[in-house]
Design a protein around this ligand. Structure first.
Ligand code: ATP
Ligand code: MG
Length: 140
């Protein structure tokens, strides 16, 4: 069955939304196959978001992502990658609120950078990100 890597970002953890997000995830048919709660170092955050290095928002992104603990989830479901991105809604929280008011980012996000959740955007990123968070058997 297809897997994706999700994260509950520091704003949503700080604001007490972890249980609500996991409940919404399970209600949408995802099975949580792995969970780890950790605070990223700057080096880890830069590695995780390496594709965005050099962009104007990169420093703000890594500062945000290291500002508190995150919850990384390995999620299983047919079509998990696309379905999780659909459940999250648009990247920008304001856009999510106007275009997808029931989405996780609309409900739990803060702004353009602090947007509550992450989801892998392809099979290749899902495999890379699962191995990043769950090195060992779980990621295989
Ligand atoms: P994620 O990879 O976190 O699931 P995404 O795939 O929807 O989000 P990306 O383009 O990969 O969006 O951007 C990664 C993250 O960088 C966003 O989730 C957001 O936190 C931040 N970000 C993206 N674009 C901007 C921007 N223009 N201004 C500020 N922050 C941004
Ligand atoms: Mg992305």
């Amino acid at each position: 069955v297809e897997r994706t890597l999700a994260m509950i970002k520091p704003d949503a953890v700080r604001n007490g939304h972890v249980d609500s997000i996991i409940a919404a995830c399970e209600a949408a048919g995802f099975v949580v196959a792995g969970r780890t709660d950790q605070q990223l170092t700057t080096s880890q955050a830069s590695q995780f978001y390496a594709e965005h290095e050099g962009k104007e928002f990169f420093a703000g992104l890594t500062t945000f992502m290291t500002s508190g603990p995150v919850v990384a989830l390995l999620l299983e479901k047919p079509n998990a990658i696309k379905d999780w991105r659909a459940l999250m809604g648009p990247t920008n929280t304001e856009k999510a609120k106007s275009e997808a008011p029931e989405s996780l980012r609309a409900l739990y996000g803060t702004d353009g950078t602090q947007n509550a959740t992450h989801g892998s955007d392809s099979f290749i990123s899902a495999a890379r990100e699962a191995a990043f968070w769950f090195p060992g058997d779980l990621a295989k």
